[in-house]
Design a protein around this ligand. Structure first.
Ligand SMILES: O=P(O)(O)OC[C@H]1O[C@H](OP(=O)(O)OP(=O)(O)O)[C@H](O)[C@@H]1O
Ligand SMILES: Nc1ncnc2[nH]cnc12
Length: 188
């Protein structure tokens, strides 16, 4: 494993797992903001993303609310690339794109604003489970006529069926829930 990710990996091993209507949902700073997310972990996430994807010529980072925001923010500060947040709130702006998001345990509407035709964007999120969120945001980016250069998440749940994902997704660590506990696997 990338030694820079070891503090993150260690902290994940203690993450509590709660039941969300039959879905084993782990709770961690990366995915929930609780327990508190150490600045060093956020910095390691931003560095890990910069090591893995090419950010040259990228116009905007795009992060879905809520839990993509802190990772997108850390990366934006580290790179100087502006951040767009995909909201669960409608604004009614003329160019707004609305899409339906289905996750492993729920659904919502997402609203994209602030991305212009021809923008080269990187999509950033905390976790990939079913892939429904990534597919929904990609659909919105396609409607906005943006070019998605990379999709990156901090954690990929290898125990979830990524049936909705038809695109390549880069991640920092692989995780799974087994016997009620979160396990970290190396993604490389
Ligand atoms: O791969 P998927 O099955 O789509 O799951 C991943 C998504 O689920 C969570 O978001 P959620 O919409 O639950 O809201 P939150 O970010 O506000 O917690 C998470 O932040 C990802 O965006
Ligand atoms: N916070 C979270 N914990 C576990 N699995 C998830 N899938 C989506 N969000 C998650």
């Amino acid at each position: 494993m990338d030694s820079n990710l070891e503090p993150l990996a260690r902290s994940l091993r203690d993450a509590p797992v709660v039941d969300r209507d039959g879905y084993e949902y782990f709770v961690h700073g990366v995915t929930d903001g609780i327990p508190p997310l150490e600045p060093a972990v956020l910095e390691a996430v931003a560095d890990g993303i910069r090591d893995r994807i090419d950010l040259e010529g990228v116009d905007k980072l795009v992060a879905p609310e809520a839990m993509g925001i802190h990772h997108g923010t850390a990366l934006s500060i580290a790179t100087g690339i502006p951040l767009v947040v995909v909201r669960k709130r409608e604004y009614g702006f003329p160019e707004e794109v609305a899409v339906h998001q289905t996750t492993s345990y729920g659904e919502d509407e997402l609203y994209l604003n602030g991305v212009d035709p021809g923008d080269r964007v990187v999509l950033v999120d905390d976790v990939l489970s079913s892939g429904g969120t990534i597919e929904a945001v990609c659909e919105a980016l396609e409607a906005a006529e943006a070019e998605v250069s990379d999709i990156v998440v901090v954690l990929r749940r290898v125990d979830a069926d990524h049936e909705d994902v038809s695109r390549e997704v880069t991640n920092l660590l692989d995780v799974r829930v087994r016997d009620g506990a979160l396990e970290v696997l190396d993604s490389e």
